[in-house]
Design a protein around this ligand. Structure first.
Ligand code: MG
Length: 361
């Protein structure tokens, strides 16, 4: 299965409602689609420009794919997966988003050639699982309303975005907990919004109020591993490292220092499934459970993440709400996203077809 060409297109989808975190506000999903063309068919991937987290912009993604990755991979055999992945990861440093898009397209082709849904070849740990839904940072009444709306849609795990106003974040979570009751799991994502001591004060205040959090995600800046370790050591609530972990090396450092209790794996941070599997192995050896997450992505690349999560036992939590945040789903096939429930299907490869791109470059 020889790689003949790699092309890019555009995926533009309206969001059901504006997506707001401590770092940004977005109203439309605007991602780059990647198509890997071989002599035996095509594989697809998706690259969301998320400059505030990965540093990858629309322009840098296009440049990476066309000027570096394409020349490196054209002519290679998809079935020689280790060699292809070594070349993909070695042709340039960083640029994890375009690498992830190409990686998932290659895995799509690789699994289809073996006439298997990808998750079975990645370990086949489960057939279905549940995802949380993200609640954007807004005035408290709006967040309470959005939370109640999510629960009405069947979501029993909510991920609340906070991280701008300290004590007010405690009020936010308290109001949501009071509204949704005790049976809904609450996760809090500060997106690096707090300082270490401030984080301990806020999280302890939430604990004292009995808000019963499943986890707090990335309380402090990504580079502040000492701060992250300080928070983890000084609160009861499990702490999840997100922006602090891109690579296997990052995960190794977090585990060695005990800087977090859990690790959030996102394909756009790792550079795809190949590198994500390395983190899974490391986490499993050390008994550190992982969450699978996504950026603002449509069902195309989130499907690839779903295959990884369904394959790997150590991925015990899912934050794959990208498809739920989009107002429409233009695709056919692949894993089914029905509210909180993600069900794997028998389509070979990643399985998502009918990519809504008219012009491929
Ligand atoms: Mg996060």
């Amino acid at each position: 299965m020889k790689i003949l060409d790699i092309r890019t297109g555009r995926i533009v989808l309206p969001l059901a409602r504006p997506f707001k975190t401590a770092l940004r506000t977005v109203e439309t999903l605007n991602d780059i689609a990647v198509k890997v063309i071989t002599d035996e068919g095509e594989g697809y991937g998706e690259a969301p420009p998320t400059a505030v987290i990965t540093g990858d912009t629309e322009g840098s993604i296009l440049c990476a794919v066309h000027d570096y990755i394409r020349p490196a991979l054209v002519g290679m055999d998809v079935m020689d997966l280790p060699a292809v992945m070594e070349k993909l990861n070695g042709c340039m440093v960083h640029n994890t988003t375009p690498k992830a898009a190409v990686d998932m397209a290659i895995y799509d082709l690789w699994a289809r050639a073996q006439k298997q849904p990808l998750y079975r070849l990645l370990g086949g740990a489960r057939e279905s699982f549940r995802t949380d839904l993200t609640i954007s940072v807004n005035p408290i009444p709006q967040m309470v309303e959005d939370s109640l709306d999510a629960v009405k849609q069947g979501f029993d795990i909510l991920k609340i975005k906070v991280g701008k106003e300290g004590e007010k974040d405690v009020e936010r979570i308290a109001a949501i907990r009071a509204a949704v009751g005790a049976d809904v799991k609450l996760r809090v994502d500060a997106n690096q919004g707090w300082e270490a001591k401030e984080a301990v004060r806020i999280i302890r205040a939430m604990e004292d109020k009995g808000l019963d959090l499943d986890l707090v995600e990335q309380p402090v800046p990504a580079a502040d591993l000492d701060g992250l370790a300080y928070v983890t050591g000084n609160v009861q609530t499990p702490i999840l490292a997100d922006e602090a972990v891109f690579s296997e090396r990052d995960a190794c450092e977090i585990i060695r220092r005990g800087a977090a209790n859990l690790i959030n794996i996102k394909l756009m941070k790792t550079g795809g499934i190949w590198n994500a599997l390395k983190i899974c192995r490391l986490a499993e050896e050390n008994g550190v459970e992982c969450m699978i997450g996504c950026m603002l992505e449509s069902r195309l690349s989130v499907a690839a993440a779903a295959h990884l999560a369904a394959g790997q036992k150590i991925i015990t939590r899912a934050d794959l709400d990208g498809p739920s945040l989009c107002a429409i789903d233009p695709y056919h096939g692949g894993p089914e996203f029905d509210g909180p429930e993600i069900a794997m299907r028998g389509d070979f490869g990643v399985g998502v077809a009918k990519i809504p791109c008219e012009d491929w470059n």
